[in-house]
Ligand binder design. Structure first.
Ligand SMILES: [Zn+2]
Ligand SMILES: [Zn+2]
Length: 291
């Protein structure tokens, strides 16, 4: 099952500016009806008033957000190597195609029929196939090329601020200039302080396996990881960070594994890796759906 979603242009553009998230949040559980490997197609209305495709997220994980998260409890994560963000300014009009789908839309303004509970709709396999053909050669949005997040986090762990500043501006990838500025100005300092606080709180141990370099070797080797990556709009708050040993940190990045706030486990695809040390995240556990 694939989904079609209307993305307000201001939200789409904010996502691009703050770091392309490759995920989508909703208050409706409908979002989680998409299959793993299925697509969430997003369309928007560009500055010329034309409906255009904005993104195709090919879903590799579905998780719950932290309790109280402002954009709703449900999240899907797009596979970063296969998902695409499209350049919307000159995109072709997708409205005639969408109007052929078996969805109730009325004859009014298309975007309006995709609001509230109708913002996310299931589409038939043949509609998905038609969108795939439509999107085959669309130009891509240049800001949506991944920055190497591990490199970014390692850089932030270095003690010399001037190296951080210099390197962040030359780090390859499509991160916007505004986002780079924010990282240099605010995130670098707070991130480092948070890592120190996490090391104090957990006595330097990995929150997944409890490996402790401090007790065994008198050095701190565990690293700060940003649950929502900094290069994908993540914040520098403690609630967005965990302390991981280098093995678990590499693994989480290699699999692009999200933390599911329903049970504080990393979703590794075929397995889950629960956090054993959870003190600072426990208040954020997302309660199970009441139904
Ligand atoms: Zn570990
Ligand atoms: Zn990390």
């Amino acid at each position: 099952m694939s989904l079609l979603y209307f993305w307000r242009r201001d939200n789409y553009e904010r996502d691009l500016d703050e770091g392309v998230a490759f995920h989508l949040n909703q208050s409706s559980a409908k979002l989680h009806s998409v299959d793993l490997g299925g697509s969430v197609w997003a369309f928007t209305r560009n500055a010329k008033g034309r409906y255009v495709l904005a993104a195709e997220l090919i879903v590799h994980a579905k998780t719950r957000n932290p309790e109280g998260y402002q954009y709703g409890p449900f999240r899907v994560w797009g596979d970063r190597s296969r998902s695409r963000y499209f350049a919307i300014d000159d995109g072709p009009n997708v409205e005639p195609l969408i109007r052929t789908f078996a969805l109730s839309m009325g004859d009014g303004v298309l975007g309006r029929s995709f609001q509230g509970p109708g913002a996310v709709r299931s589409i038939a396999p043949m509609d998905h196939a038609a969108l795939a053909v439509f999107a085959r050669d669309l130009p891509l949005e240049p800001r949506a090329h991944g920055v190497n997040e591990e490199q970014l986090e390692l850089l932030l762990a270095r003690p010399q601020p001037e190296v951080i500043t210099e390197t962040i501006y030359t780090l390859p990838g499509g991160m916007s200039a505004a986002r780079r500025r924010t990282i240099v100005r605010d995130v670098a300092v707070r991130s480092r302080a948070n890592v120190e606080d996490l090391r104090t709180l957990y006595r330097g141990r990995c929150q997944v396996c409890e490996w402790e370099s401090r007790a065994a070797h008198s050095v701190d080797v565990c690293e700060g990881h940003h649950l929502q990556w900094l290069s994908r709009g993540g914040s520098d708050a403690m609630s967005n960070m965990v302390l991981l040993c280098p093995n678990h940190h590499r693994l989480v990045h290699a699999l692009d594994a999200p933390l599911d706030f329903s049970d504080l486990s990393f979703d590794l695809g075929t397995q889950r890796a629960p956090l054993r040390l959870t003190d600072h995240l426990r208040p954020l556990i997302s309660p199970s759906p009441s139904s």
